[in-house]
Ligand binder design. Structure first.
Ligand code: MG
Length: 278
């Protein structure tokens, strides 16, 4: 019996803000959208109705694990279609929710790994704030006492600033990722793939499928048996490739739909069922 684990990034992989939808068809032909996140009483994140149906069906056929850099609080705002996932990875692997409850054993494992191999959060956070220019810095935050991020006016970021920050962070065991308006600094041992490996161990899954759009998803894609990335995002911009990773050309919400279709086809192949969804 095959148990397939489907671990997917959420933002700009499965769910999209209005600005990230990248709809290309005329308004009269635009897909109907389901809002899955409300923030400060306003709709924030969407997927297409077709994607919603695919996700609901997928969750019945596989162990679907959202794997996000969002904090637990930010993740809890999202209400995906289908049954609530049994496992969810938040804070880029820093927290593993089991039936919605943070797993204490996993927290201890993560804390031990971080204590060993990288500079403390305070040092990195202070550097981030110092290096940023108030002309384009909108907000600065630490998340879950694990990592830090800036919200920036992206068009005003000086050329080479991200590269310089990346080099500084690298020597301290941290990585940097630019996603939309956010600049993340994340300890290298804090990965989605490590948390997903733990879920694989607990579920005894025989196969792992994955998808993601940013540099913080690269390890997740590389650790999977098969993976997909959209035609937009950091991985597309850097032409990220690996034998098991399919580089899609679709962008925006269409990529989200395409990824869910690919998951479906792979799960059905694993079950020995021929044919594809329309
Ligand atoms: Mg993403």
């Amino acid at each position: 019996m095959t148990t397939t684990l489907v671990a997917s990034d959420l933002d700009r992989t499965l769910i999209y803000s209005a600005a990230a939808l990248d709809l290309t068809v005329p308004d009269a032909e635009a897909p109907r959208l389901l809002c899955v996140e409300v923030y400060e009483r306003r709709p924030l994140s969407y997927l297409t109705e077709t994607a919603a149906a695919l996700l609901t069906d997928l969750a019945a056929r596989a162990v679907f694990v959202p794997a996000t850099t969002r904090t637990r609080e930010q993740y809890r705002r999202i209400h995906l279609p289908g049954p609530p996932p049994r496992f969810a990875v938040c804070a880029n692997g820093g927290h593993l929710l089991v039936d919605g409850v943070p797993d204490r054993d996993w927290q201890r494992t993560v804390a031990a790994r971080l204590a060993e191999g990288c500079a403390p959060l305070d040092e990195v956070h202070a550097h981030l704030v110092r290096a940023a220019d108030p002309a384009w810095l909108l907000r600065e935050r630490t998340a879950e006492d694990l990592f830090a991020y800036l919200v920036v006016e992206r068009a005003l970021l000086p050329d080479g600033w991200i590269e310089e920050l990346t080099a500084w962070a690298d020597g301290r065991g941290w990585s940097v990722s630019l996603q939309g308006r956010k600049v993340y600094a994340v300890p290298k041992p804090l990965t989605k793939s490590a948390a997903v490996a733990e879920v694989r161990r607990r579920t005894g899954a025989t196969e792992v499928l994955a998808a993601g759009d940013s540099l913080l998803d690269a390890d997740l894609l590389l650790a999977a048996d098969r993976a997909w990335r959209p035609g937009h995002g950091e991985l597309a911009a850097t032409d990220f490739r690996a034998p098991q990773v399919t580089a899609l050309t679709e962008r925006g919400a269409a990529a989200g739909e395409r990824i869910l279709r690919a998951f479906h086809e792979a799960v059905r192949e694993g079950d020995g069922v021929r044919g594809t969804l329309a």
